[in-house]
Design a protein around this ligand. Structure first.
Ligand code: 13P
Ligand code: SF4
Length: 324
Protein backbone atom coordinates (compact mmCIF):
# COMPACT_ATOMS: atom_id res chain seq x y z
CA UNK A 1 0.00 0.00 0.00
CA UNK A 2 1.32 3.45 -0.95
CA UNK A 3 1.33 5.91 1.97
CA UNK A 4 -0.87 8.93 1.38
CA UNK A 5 1.13 12.06 0.64
CA UNK A 6 0.39 14.85 3.09
CA UNK A 7 0.11 18.43 1.88
CA UNK A 8 1.96 19.93 4.85
CA UNK A 9 1.26 23.55 3.95
CA UNK A 10 -2.50 22.94 3.67
CA UNK A 11 -2.59 20.79 6.81
CA UNK A 12 -0.62 23.34 8.85
CA UNK A 13 -3.08 26.07 7.75
CA UNK A 14 -6.04 23.85 8.70
CA UNK A 15 -4.63 22.92 12.11
CA UNK A 16 -3.70 26.52 12.92
CA UNK A 17 -7.27 27.60 12.27
CA UNK A 18 -8.79 24.69 14.17
CA UNK A 19 -6.59 25.31 17.23
CA UNK A 20 -6.45 29.12 17.03
CA UNK A 21 -2.66 28.91 16.83
CA UNK A 22 -0.23 31.58 15.63
CA UNK A 23 2.96 30.63 13.77
CA UNK A 24 5.96 32.78 14.76
CA UNK A 25 9.02 32.32 12.56
CA UNK A 26 12.62 33.54 12.78
CA UNK A 27 14.45 34.67 9.63
CA UNK A 28 16.93 31.78 9.94
CA UNK A 29 14.29 29.14 9.21
CA UNK A 30 14.13 27.30 5.88
CA UNK A 31 12.34 29.21 3.08
CA UNK A 32 9.26 26.92 3.10
CA UNK A 33 8.60 27.72 6.77
CA UNK A 34 9.28 31.46 6.34
CA UNK A 35 6.69 31.55 3.55
CA UNK A 36 3.82 30.35 5.77
CA UNK A 37 4.58 32.49 8.84
CA UNK A 38 1.87 34.55 10.52
CA UNK A 39 4.71 36.73 11.73
CA UNK A 40 8.36 36.62 10.69
CA UNK A 41 10.98 38.68 12.45
CA UNK A 42 14.08 39.02 14.59
CA UNK A 43 14.32 38.04 18.24
CA UNK A 44 12.91 41.34 19.52
CA UNK A 45 9.99 41.41 17.08
CA UNK A 46 9.17 37.80 17.91
CA UNK A 47 9.14 38.49 21.67
CA UNK A 48 6.89 41.50 21.13
CA UNK A 49 4.48 39.36 19.10
CA UNK A 50 4.55 36.57 21.69
CA UNK A 51 3.68 39.08 24.43
CA UNK A 52 0.65 40.51 22.62
CA UNK A 53 -0.89 37.63 20.67
CA UNK A 54 -4.48 36.66 21.44
CA UNK A 55 -4.07 33.17 19.93
CA UNK A 56 -4.56 30.16 22.23
CA UNK A 57 -1.40 28.47 21.05
CA UNK A 58 2.01 29.70 19.87
CA UNK A 59 3.92 27.53 17.39
CA UNK A 60 7.50 28.74 17.43
CA UNK A 61 9.64 27.97 14.40
CA UNK A 62 13.00 29.05 15.72
CA UNK A 63 15.17 27.61 18.48
CA UNK A 64 14.28 26.53 22.02
CA UNK A 65 15.38 29.67 23.88
CA UNK A 66 13.04 31.69 21.63
CA UNK A 67 10.09 29.40 22.36
CA UNK A 68 10.95 29.61 26.09
CA UNK A 69 10.91 33.40 25.89
CA UNK A 70 7.46 33.22 24.29
CA UNK A 71 6.26 30.92 27.10
CA UNK A 72 7.67 33.24 29.77
CA UNK A 73 5.81 36.18 28.20
CA UNK A 74 2.58 34.24 27.65
CA UNK A 75 2.61 31.66 30.45
CA UNK A 76 -1.06 30.75 30.05
CA UNK A 77 -0.72 29.79 26.41
CA UNK A 78 0.48 26.48 25.04
CA UNK A 79 3.86 27.01 23.32
CA UNK A 80 5.10 24.27 21.01
CA UNK A 81 8.10 23.97 18.70
CA UNK A 82 8.91 21.57 15.85
CA UNK A 83 12.12 20.14 17.37
CA UNK A 84 13.00 20.31 21.06
CA UNK A 85 16.68 19.69 20.23
CA UNK A 86 16.97 23.06 18.50
CA UNK A 87 19.43 24.63 20.93
CA UNK A 88 22.02 27.36 20.50
CA UNK A 89 25.81 27.40 20.99
CA UNK A 90 25.49 30.66 22.94
CA UNK A 91 23.01 29.12 25.34
CA UNK A 92 25.28 26.08 25.81
CA UNK A 93 28.27 28.30 26.58
CA UNK A 94 26.71 29.63 29.78
CA UNK A 95 25.64 26.88 32.20
CA UNK A 96 23.70 28.17 35.22
CA UNK A 97 26.06 27.01 37.99
CA UNK A 98 29.22 28.36 36.34
CA UNK A 99 27.59 31.65 35.53
CA UNK A 100 26.17 32.02 39.04
CA UNK A 101 29.63 31.47 40.53
CA UNK A 102 31.02 34.19 38.21
CA UNK A 103 28.20 36.58 39.10
CA UNK A 104 28.76 35.94 42.83
CA UNK A 105 32.40 36.99 42.41
CA UNK A 106 31.19 40.38 41.09
CA UNK A 107 28.41 41.47 43.47
CA UNK A 108 28.70 45.14 42.42
CA UNK A 109 27.90 44.33 38.76
CA UNK A 110 24.48 44.15 37.15
CA UNK A 111 23.86 41.43 34.56
CA UNK A 112 22.71 42.17 31.02
CA UNK A 113 22.02 38.97 29.12
CA UNK A 114 21.57 38.48 25.43
CA UNK A 115 18.24 36.72 24.87
CA UNK A 116 20.20 33.76 23.39
CA UNK A 117 20.53 32.03 26.76
CA UNK A 118 18.52 29.59 28.88
CA UNK A 119 15.45 30.57 30.91
CA UNK A 120 17.48 29.59 33.98
CA UNK A 121 20.21 32.08 33.09
CA UNK A 122 17.59 34.77 32.63
CA UNK A 123 16.64 34.34 36.30
CA UNK A 124 20.16 35.63 37.16
CA UNK A 125 19.74 38.62 34.83
CA UNK A 126 18.74 42.24 35.47
CA UNK A 127 17.84 43.09 31.87
CA UNK A 128 17.66 40.94 28.76
CA UNK A 129 18.58 42.41 25.38
CA UNK A 130 18.52 41.36 21.74
CA UNK A 131 20.83 42.41 18.93
CA UNK A 132 18.47 45.21 17.93
CA UNK A 133 18.29 46.95 21.32
CA UNK A 134 21.56 45.89 23.02
CA UNK A 135 23.47 49.14 22.48
CA UNK A 136 20.57 51.31 23.67
CA UNK A 137 19.94 49.13 26.70
CA UNK A 138 23.58 49.32 27.78
CA UNK A 139 23.57 53.09 27.18
CA UNK A 140 20.48 53.46 29.37
CA UNK A 141 22.70 52.77 32.41
CA UNK A 142 25.11 55.35 33.84
CA UNK A 143 28.63 55.14 32.42
CA UNK A 144 30.05 54.09 35.78
CA UNK A 145 27.56 51.21 36.21
CA UNK A 146 29.53 47.97 36.34
CA UNK A 147 28.07 45.39 34.00
CA UNK A 148 28.51 41.70 33.24
CA UNK A 149 27.42 40.94 29.68
CA UNK A 150 26.59 37.32 28.80
CA UNK A 151 26.87 35.07 26.92
CA UNK A 152 28.09 36.55 23.58
CA UNK A 153 31.62 37.99 23.75
CA UNK A 154 31.39 39.25 20.14
CA UNK A 155 28.17 41.21 20.65
CA UNK A 156 29.52 42.40 24.01
CA UNK A 157 32.82 43.50 22.43
CA UNK A 158 30.89 45.37 19.74
CA UNK A 159 28.81 47.18 22.39
CA UNK A 160 31.96 48.07 24.36
CA UNK A 161 33.42 49.65 21.21
CA UNK A 162 30.25 51.47 20.11
CA UNK A 163 29.41 52.87 23.55
CA UNK A 164 33.00 53.92 24.17
CA UNK A 165 33.15 51.78 27.31
CA UNK A 166 36.49 50.36 26.18
CA UNK A 167 38.09 53.74 25.65
CA UNK A 168 36.90 54.97 29.02
CA UNK A 169 38.35 51.99 30.82
CA UNK A 170 34.97 50.80 32.07
CA UNK A 171 34.28 47.92 29.72
CA UNK A 172 31.59 45.40 30.50
CA UNK A 173 32.91 42.06 31.70
CA UNK A 174 32.21 39.60 28.89
CA UNK A 175 31.25 35.96 29.26
CA UNK A 176 33.27 33.81 26.86
CA UNK A 177 30.51 32.56 24.54
CA UNK A 178 30.13 32.81 20.77
CA UNK A 179 27.72 31.86 18.01
CA UNK A 180 29.02 28.80 16.17
CA UNK A 181 27.74 30.25 12.87
CA UNK A 182 28.90 33.86 13.11
CA UNK A 183 32.37 32.97 14.36
CA UNK A 184 33.08 31.10 11.10
CA UNK A 185 32.79 34.17 8.85
CA UNK A 186 36.26 34.88 7.53
CA UNK A 187 37.52 38.47 7.30
CA UNK A 188 40.19 37.42 4.79
CA UNK A 189 37.71 35.60 2.53
CA UNK A 190 35.20 38.48 2.74
CA UNK A 191 37.98 40.85 1.62
CA UNK A 192 38.73 38.55 -1.35
CA UNK A 193 35.02 38.37 -2.29
CA UNK A 194 34.72 42.15 -2.00
CA UNK A 195 37.65 42.48 -4.45
CA UNK A 196 35.53 40.53 -6.98
CA UNK A 197 32.44 42.67 -6.24
CA UNK A 198 33.88 46.09 -5.41
CA UNK A 199 30.47 47.79 -5.41
CA UNK A 200 28.97 45.36 -2.91
CA UNK A 201 28.23 46.59 0.59
CA UNK A 202 29.22 44.29 3.45
CA UNK A 203 26.45 43.94 6.04
CA UNK A 204 27.05 41.98 9.24
CA UNK A 205 25.29 40.79 12.36
CA UNK A 206 27.01 41.92 15.60
CA UNK A 207 27.47 38.29 16.69
CA UNK A 208 30.35 38.28 14.14
CA UNK A 209 33.96 38.67 15.23
CA UNK A 210 35.65 42.09 15.33
CA UNK A 211 37.77 41.25 12.23
CA UNK A 212 34.51 40.84 10.24
CA UNK A 213 32.68 43.80 11.80
CA UNK A 214 35.64 46.03 10.83
CA UNK A 215 34.85 45.30 7.17
CA UNK A 216 31.12 45.99 7.50
CA UNK A 217 29.39 49.02 5.95
CA UNK A 218 26.37 48.29 8.12
CA UNK A 219 25.98 46.29 11.36
CA UNK A 220 22.58 45.30 12.73
CA UNK A 221 20.09 42.66 13.80
CA UNK A 222 18.48 40.49 11.14
CA UNK A 223 15.59 42.96 10.81
CA UNK A 224 18.11 45.82 10.68
CA UNK A 225 20.08 44.07 7.92
CA UNK A 226 16.92 43.38 5.92
CA UNK A 227 15.73 46.99 6.15
CA UNK A 228 19.18 48.24 5.25
CA UNK A 229 19.52 46.20 2.04
CA UNK A 230 16.01 47.24 0.94
CA UNK A 231 16.72 50.95 1.48
CA UNK A 232 20.37 51.10 0.39
CA UNK A 233 21.07 52.50 -3.10
CA UNK A 234 23.63 49.68 -3.54
CA UNK A 235 22.71 46.75 -5.77
CA UNK A 236 25.01 44.05 -4.34
CA UNK A 237 25.57 42.87 -0.79
CA UNK A 238 27.86 40.46 1.04
CA UNK A 239 25.83 39.23 3.99
CA UNK A 240 27.56 38.05 7.17
CA UNK A 241 24.79 36.33 9.06
CA UNK A 242 22.94 33.00 8.92
CA UNK A 243 21.98 32.15 5.34
CA UNK A 244 18.19 31.99 6.00
CA UNK A 245 17.89 35.78 5.88
CA UNK A 246 18.84 35.77 2.19
CA UNK A 247 15.43 34.33 1.34
CA UNK A 248 13.70 37.44 2.74
CA UNK A 249 16.30 39.73 1.18
CA UNK A 250 15.74 38.18 -2.26
CA UNK A 251 11.96 38.35 -1.84
CA UNK A 252 12.04 41.96 -0.67
CA UNK A 253 14.57 43.24 -3.23
CA UNK A 254 14.46 40.80 -6.18
CA UNK A 255 16.46 43.12 -8.44
CA UNK A 256 19.46 43.13 -6.07
CA UNK A 257 22.25 40.56 -5.68
CA UNK A 258 23.14 38.89 -2.39
CA UNK A 259 26.17 36.77 -1.54
CA UNK A 260 26.50 34.84 1.72
CA UNK A 261 29.76 35.88 3.36
CA UNK A 262 32.29 33.04 3.07
CA UNK A 263 33.05 30.92 6.12
CA UNK A 264 36.04 28.87 7.19
CA UNK A 265 36.70 26.23 9.82
CA UNK A 266 40.12 24.95 10.91
CA UNK A 267 41.71 26.96 8.11
CA UNK A 268 39.50 25.44 5.38
CA UNK A 269 36.61 26.96 3.45
CA UNK A 270 33.29 25.63 4.77
CA UNK A 271 30.22 25.89 2.57
CA UNK A 272 27.56 24.85 5.09
CA UNK A 273 28.90 26.83 8.07
CA UNK A 274 26.54 29.74 7.44
CA UNK A 275 23.58 27.39 8.08
CA UNK A 276 22.74 27.19 11.79
CA UNK A 277 22.44 23.45 12.53
CA UNK A 278 19.90 24.23 15.27
CA UNK A 279 17.66 26.51 13.24
CA UNK A 280 17.81 24.10 10.33
CA UNK A 281 16.52 21.15 12.41
CA UNK A 282 12.99 22.42 11.77
CA UNK A 283 11.18 21.04 8.71
CA UNK A 284 7.64 21.38 7.35
CA UNK A 285 6.95 17.80 8.39
CA UNK A 286 8.05 18.41 12.01
CA UNK A 287 6.04 21.64 12.07
CA UNK A 288 2.95 19.75 10.91
CA UNK A 289 3.48 16.97 13.46
CA UNK A 290 4.01 19.37 16.37
CA UNK A 291 0.77 21.19 15.53
CA UNK A 292 -1.13 17.94 15.10
CA UNK A 293 0.15 16.34 18.31
CA UNK A 294 0.74 19.56 20.32
CA UNK A 295 4.20 18.40 21.28
CA UNK A 296 7.03 19.07 22.04
CA UNK A 297 5.72 21.69 24.42
CA UNK A 298 7.66 24.21 26.48
CA UNK A 299 7.00 23.60 30.15
CA UNK A 300 8.93 25.58 32.76
CA UNK A 301 8.68 25.61 36.57
CA UNK A 302 6.39 28.38 37.93
CA UNK A 303 9.22 30.13 39.82
CA UNK A 304 11.43 30.15 36.73
CA UNK A 305 8.58 31.65 34.71
CA UNK A 306 8.14 34.51 37.18
CA UNK A 307 11.84 35.16 37.80
CA UNK A 308 12.80 35.06 34.11
CA UNK A 309 9.87 37.29 33.18
CA UNK A 310 11.16 40.37 35.03
CA UNK A 311 14.32 40.99 32.93
CA UNK A 312 12.44 40.27 29.69
CA UNK A 313 9.65 42.68 30.61
CA UNK A 314 12.27 45.27 31.49
CA UNK A 315 13.71 44.83 27.99
CA UNK A 316 10.29 45.27 26.40
CA UNK A 317 9.60 48.39 28.50
CA UNK A 318 12.95 49.93 27.53
CA UNK A 319 12.47 49.00 23.86
CA UNK A 320 9.05 50.70 23.83
CA UNK A 321 10.68 53.78 25.39
CA UNK A 322 13.31 53.79 22.62
CA UNK A 323 10.57 53.42 19.97
CA UNK A 324 11.79 49.95 18.96
P1 13P B 1 18.38 38.58 15.89
O1 13P B 1 17.14 37.82 15.69
O2 13P B 1 18.28 39.53 17.06
O3 13P B 1 18.86 39.28 14.67
O4 13P B 1 19.52 37.53 16.32
C1 13P B 1 19.87 36.51 15.50
C2 13P B 1 20.17 35.24 16.18
O5 13P B 1 21.24 34.84 16.41
C3 13P B 1 19.10 34.38 16.56
O6 13P B 1 19.62 33.23 17.07
FE1 SF4 C 1 22.45 30.31 18.30
FE2 SF4 C 1 24.04 31.17 16.38
FE3 SF4 C 1 22.16 29.43 15.80
FE4 SF4 C 1 21.47 31.96 16.43
S1 SF4 C 1 22.64 31.29 14.65
S2 SF4 C 1 20.54 30.06 17.19
S3 SF4 C 1 23.07 32.44 17.93
S4 SF4 C 1 23.92 29.06 17.16
Amino acid sequence: MVAEKIDYVAEIARLKKEKNAVLLVHYYQIAEIQDIADYIGDSLGLSQQAAKTDADMIVFAGVRFMAETAKILSPNKKVILPDFNAGCSLEESAPYAEFKAFKDQHPDHIVISYVNCSAELKTLTDVVCTSSNAVKIVESFPKDQKIIFAPDKNLGGYINRVTGRNAEGRPMLLWDGACMVHETFSGKMITDLKAKHPNAEVVAHPESEESVLKLADYIGSTTGLLKHVINSPHQEFIVATESGILHQMRKSAPEKKFYVAPTSKNGHACKACSDCPHMKLNTLEKLYLCLRDETPEIILPAKMLTDARKPIEKMLELSAKFGL
